[in-house]
Design a protein around this ligand. Structure first.
Ligand SMILES: [Zn+2]
Length: 185
């Protein structure tokens, strides 16, 4: 089932999300729905607050990028109760977008190496290292669990320039081609 995606300005996107019980009711169905919602919107990652739920869950599918990066061939995963234990390496600048901020793309600095602990879709505890683009996507989604949007990482000047467009998005004025939930603010 395709779920509506919350837009910039929705209070749920600014909450620090809570860990969930691994027996969280409907977890498997929610993960399936989040993947379906993400594919429908042509995204590579989606966090639970983006479908209105303040819980520490996000999904990522990087397999469309496998033709340039063969190691991503099977990279379709759900991350439950993730915790980034380490961020290091170089700060890399790369353009990002977000399904909750349709039409805005800006360059953001992120570390290119992370170590992350999480539970996978089977409830198994994992502790892994990711680098490069994968580390970037995981940090973007992880930020959503802490109420952080990628535009928060832009310079104060850039944020000032974006303010009008972000306000428009929060009023539901967007170019999104997928189902969205307009914030009630
Ligand atoms: Zn996002």
């Amino acid at each position: 089932m395709i779920l509506p995606i919350t837009l910039y300005g929705d209070p749920v996107l600014r909450k620090v999300a809570d860990d969930i019980d691994l027996n969280y009711t409907g977890l498997q169905e929610l993960i399936v729905n989040m993947f379906e919602t993400m594919y429908n919107a042509e995204g590579v990652g989606l966090a639970a607050p983006q479908v209105g739920l303040p819980i520490r869950l996000f999904v990522v599918d990087l397999t469309p990028l496998a033709k340039d990066e063969p190691s991503l061939q099977d990279f379709k995963r759900a991350f439950v109760n993730a915790k980034i234990l380490e961020r290091s390496g170089e700060e890399e600048l790369m353009e990002e977008g977000c399904l909750s901020i349709p039409g805005i793309h800006e360059e953001v600095f992120r570390k290119n190496y992370i170590r992350i602990q999480y539970f996978n879709v089977e409830g198994l505890s994992c502790d892994e290292i990711f680098t490069g683009y994968t580390a970037r996507v995981l940090q973007h989604e992880y930020d959503h669990l802490d109420g952080v949007m990628f535009t928060d990482h832009c310079s104060p000047l850039k944020r000032r320039l974006l303010k009008r467009r972000l306000t428009d998005i929060s009023k539901g004025i967007t170019s999104a081609t997928y189902r969205v939930k307009v914030p009630r603010i």
